[in-house]
Design a protein around this ligand. Structure first.
Ligand SMILES: [Zn+2]
Length: 81
């Protein structure tokens, strides 16, 4: 379940942000509440029908990439010569 803001962050209008559903919706889906996003799920979870503001799904991104919490095996530094 997506939390759709009642008031658009982009334009400040009320009730214009709709949740985007991917894949095939039910025939009698609530058109006032949902937008159809197509078959391929994207990161956009909601969109304003007035200004086009989009709510993007937050991804868990670790700084420095995957496995950054694991200590790196550092290669032993050999003295030259
Ligand atoms: Zn808007």
């Amino acid at each position: 379940m997506v939390r759709v803001p009642k008031v658009c962050v982009g334009c400040g209008k009320e009730g214009t942000v709709k949740e985007i559903i991917y894949e095939l919706p039910a025939e009698d889906y609530d058109r006032d509440r949902y937008l159809i996003g197509g078959c391929i799920p994207e990161d956009v979870v909601a969109e304003c029908t007035h200004c086009g503001w989009q709510k993007i799904k937050k991804k868990k991104v670790f700084e420095g990439g995957v496995g950054v919490n694991r200590p790196l095996k550092s290669a032993p530094i050999r003295a030259r010569g």
